[in-house]
Design a protein around this ligand. Structure first.
Ligand SMILES: Nc1ncnc2c1ncn2[C@@H]1O[C@H](COP(=O)(O)OP(=O)(O)OP(=O)(O)O)[C@@H](O)[C@H]1O
Length: 635
């Protein structure tokens, strides 16, 4: 199922259709058990054994109660208390063992639950890191991911737990039923009926729960988002600077209040159903007890038998309800597991990263030909018929106004998206022929919003080529090429300092220093194509100048595409492409582009004369910059 096409209503309708299928349910139960089994089979077997032990202890207690009562009744006749004391001791020991068994079950269940959650996390993270980036443009994908995290992760364990408790309670019910049958056979069918109202009510409750969860997911995600804005370290300064605290709190509280109102209604409906089920069960219990009194009055049941039957009925009722609750838990989780299944299926549908030929380790020319591309669910084309050429060893620049399509083209070149039309060719071979993993291996990208890992400086750089044993010398070389070496050496633990204050001993870097670390990461990767999206936006003029004078030697023959708004830095590129509204509108060297006096020349001149206060190029007050002179020279 394509996550982008699913909305909550469709999902609910699909779930409604599916829940009629018992075959589906059987499959869910067996996959859940298989998952729990694979998570920790020893714990699983231990819990199964404990279920049976618990059932046996219950039956033994009923029999012990009868023996205690018989011993008490015969006490007067024989005046021998030892029999009573002996049976009371047996009953006490059995009760104690039952309690020990119960607490052991609780602890083992907790452990097993964690093991299953771990296995589920592995699956979910496996899918979320494997699916194409397109999914991350879809709000429904995030809703699904959020539902999976909130509930589906724990459901396989819940199903297994439900099946286990059903199995244990069924064994106990049969054993107790046999015991009760030996005391008063007529009572058995009536007690068994006690579970039916609970089952009917529980099934309805499960549907309500699933519908509620689907309906609330978008609001809960928004609530978490507003919570995160108030908790996040990165957001903290801007929230305070803009004075957003009360506004954010209001939004957060608004969502919370409407969620609580919905939850109140939901809880009311669930409680109503649950009460109905319990009332039904109590009516059956009352009828059973009345029947028992009638049996005593008729003389079909003696006092000891009646006492034991009373305990058996109580226990049997509880066990029968456990059987039906287990079934409910399976039904309820089954709906969530469908959702989880859909999510996990996205991983199976994702293009196999290793499928296709291995991309060559070098190329002579990369050609982007008539490429068009639209983001999912976006009515506008981000790229419309783009042609670009990158020759081996060249430094090619992309410039253009905001939203003109530069980053989008970079993403396509890096193999993160596939073009909707046109082609990207590596020496006559289409990029789509190659496996995604090998294409990504040959490209390194520094995005504008690169990740700042809260890891050591060495790790931050070495993530550029994960999988290789970290080579401290190469890390240092990469840092040197990016101009980061000195700053990192100056940290309390040098390259071993964690680059975040979130962790003890950590130290944060300035924006420019971070940018150099990101550059170092890309140099460490050592890929034939380097894409730098605004690599100097946070660098000071000296650092920027140094970077570009040393860029060619740092690249060591690799091809680079760099995106920049700073025209002073793109001047030195071998070729410059000017993008406008998703198209390449001009191309050439700096000199050629200035000569044709088109968009590039205009943007260049605008930037050269920009000054605080916005005076014009000819403005008398403006201080002429070095660029002005160059523009005038060039034009
Ligand atoms: N994830 C996205 N989903 C939908 N539309 C997007 C997405 N990212 C970018 N766009 C749109 O695609 C177009 C091109 O965006 P792109 O980021 O490639 O521009 P850019 O030239 O890199 O801009 P900037 O100079 O501001 O970084 C814009 O209209 C933008 O709104």
């Amino acid at each position: 199922m394509d996550a982008g096409a699913v909305d909550p209503l469709t999902l609910r309708a699909a779930a409604r259709y599916r829940r009629k299928s018992l075959g589906q349910l059987r499959r869910l139960v067996s996959t859940s058990i298989a998952l729990v089994w694979s998570a920790d089979r020893r714990l699983f077997i231990g819990l199964v054994v404990l279920q049976f032990v618990a059932a046996a202890l219950l039956v033994a207690q009923v029999l012990a109660v009868r023996s205690v009562l018989q011993a008490i009744i015969t006490l007067g006749e024989r005046a021998n208390a030892s029999g009573v004391i002996g049976w009371i001791l047996v009953l006490a020991i059995l009760t104690g063992l039952s309690a020990i068994c119960g607490s052991l079950q609780t602890q083992l269940q907790r452990l097993l639950g964690e093991h299953v959650a771990h296995a589920m996390w592995n699956r979910v993270l496996g899918v979320s890191t494997k699916v194409g980036l397109r999914h991350f443009e879809s709000s429904e994908f995030f809703n699904q991911l959020s539902r999976v995290q909130m509930s589906a992760l724990s459901r396989p364990y819940q199903v297994t737990q439900g099946v286990l408790s059903m199995a244990g309670a069924t064994v106990a019910s049969v054993a107790l039923g046999v015991a009760l049958f030996s005391l008063a056979p007529v009572l058995v069918p009536l007690v068994a009926c006690g579970g039916v109202p609970v089952l009917v009510a529980s099934r309805r409750e499960s549907r309500l729960e699933f519908d509620f969860s689907v309906q609330q997911t978008p609001a809960l995600r928004l609530r978490s988002y507003f919570g995160m804005l108030q908790l996040g370290r990165d957001e903290a300064k801007e929230v305070r600077a803009l004075g957003l605290q009360s506004w954010l709190m209001e939004r957060f509280n608004g969502i919370y209040s409407s969620y609580l109102a919905d939850l109140r209604n939901h809880v009311r409906r669930r409680t109503g159903l649950s009460v109905l089920g319990q009332v039904g069960a109590s009516i059956v219990l009352g009828a059973t007890l009345l029947l028992m009194v009638w049996l005593i009055l008729r003389g079909s049941l003696d006092i000891a038998g009646a006492g034991a039957a009373l305990v058996a009925i109580r226990m049997l009722m509880a066990q029968v309800q456990l059987v039906f609750r287990g079934a409910q838990s399976v039904f309820e989780s089954g709906l969530f597991l469908d959702d989880l299944d859909d999510f996990l299926a996205l991983g199976a549908q994702a293009r196999d990263e290793d499928q296709g030929a291995v991309a060559p380790t070098s190329f002579d020319t990369i050609r982007v030909e008539a490429v068009t591309f639209s983001y999912p669910e976006s009515p506008q084309r981000a790229l419309q018929g783009v042609d670009v050429e990158l020759r081996a060893g060249e430094i090619v620049a992309l410039v253009g106004e905001n939203g003109s399509g530069k980053t989008t083209l970079a993403k396509l070149l890096a193999g993160l998206y596939e073009p909707d039309g046109g082609s990207i060719r590596w020496d006559e071979r289409d990029l789509s022929e190659f496996s995604s993993s090998s294409v990504r291996d040959r490209v390194t990208v520094v995005f504008q919003d690169f990740v700042r890992f809260a890891l050591t400086a060495t790790e931050n750089i070495a993530t550029g080529r994960i999988g290789l044993t970290v080579d401290p010398q190469r890390v240092r070389m990469a840092a040197r090429s990016a101009g980061a070496e000195q700053a990192l050496d100056g940290l309390p633990n040098g390259f071993d300092t964690i680059l975040s204050r979130m962790f003890a001993g950590g130290q944060d870097l300035s924006g420019g220093q971070w940018q150099r670390v990101a550059l170092a990461r890309s140099f460490y990767r050592d890929a034939p194509l380097v894409i730098l999206d605004e690599p100097t936006a946070s660098l000071d003029p000296r650092a920027e100048h140094e970077l570009f004078t040393t860029l060619r030697s740092a690249l060591r023959g690799r091809t680079a595409l760099f995106i920049s708004h700073r025209f002073a830095t793109v001047r030195g590129a071998d070729r410059i492409y000017v993008m406008h509204e998703g198209r390449v509108v001009e191309q050439g060297t700096h000199e050629e582009l200035i000569r044709i006096a088109g968009r590039y020349a205009e943007l260049y001149r605008l930037q050269a004369t920009v000054r605080v206060g916005g005076a014009s190029h000819d403005g008398g007050e403006a201080v002429t910059t070095e660029h002005d002179d160059r523009v005038q020279e060039a034009t």
